[in-house]
Design a protein around this ligand. Sequence first.
Ligand code: BTN
Length: 326
Amino acid sequence: MIQLSLLKLLADGAFHSGESLGKTLRISRTAVWKQLKQCEDLGIELYSVRGRGYRIPGGLDLLNEADIRAALNDDLLSSLGSINIDLVTDSTNQRALDLCQKGGAQGALFLAEQQTAGRGRRGRQWISPFSRSLYFSLVWSFSSGVAALEGLSLLVGLALLKALQRLGVSDLALKWPNDLLHGEKKLAGILLEMSGDLSGDCQVVIGVGVNVSIPAPLAEGIDQPWIDLETILGKSVERNLLMAEVLNQLVPMLISFSESGFKPWVAEWQSYHYYHNKRVKLSTGAHVVEGVCIGVAENGGIVLQNDSGTQVLQGGEISLRGLKGA
Ligand code: BTN
């Protein structure tokens, strides 16, 4: 497995000879070469020029705890737990859930450069190429259960939207329950998973994936229209800064949620809803309900109006597909 220390040396994008890499890391040139061969497996482009050595064109923006902590608001530091960064993991949500099983994980944050089994909503896979996106999971504890988990998941979408606005991204919208869109394309996704007793002491794993800079060939498996931050902004994005900005928005909102639930955020959330006042189709397994989306409820459900009246529905996926007058 390639070592972080080797990637750190190559992260500057400059040439490094095999000999100098070996010397710095106190390993043989053969060991260096063996590790470098694995760059390809991770999708990292590596140039090698005889007599000059190796370089990663454009360098690498690696995740690191110090940069994340340095960009956090001071009042957040006491609410946040450990920051755990893996080069490669199966799923940061799984890592967080594993810790929840052991107890005592409030505020713990898990990040990875790459996920081999990134999980999306509704059993989908979340394509997670190396260092091209932000993949993180935050553990948050609730002592009297989470009556409205769906409300919490909407809240996370709003926090993400606010963080990206602060970084200069405009034209953002939310798609119920919690996709973040730019135009009609998906920019980020959220997956909440639970550990413990839903009606008592429980921990929620808040998993978020934000597309940062995904080259098209690495995105072949993404099964819906998508976009990344670098395409939107036309410049590179520092993921450590992005992570810190998301936490700066999200953590105070989680604290507010524990006290007052989703109610204070309903109006603001609705103001960003892509499908607000549009005719939609809600598919929940075998059932399909059509109606005009007139808002979201305090419990995070979607409010649809149709010939049968007004209904608050939870779970499922909404779309405009195949509807007249949408
Ligand atoms: C979606 O389908 O929209 C939700 C995607 C959530 C992906 C993130 S990436 C970090 C965390 N770890 C996972 O395995 N999934 C979430």
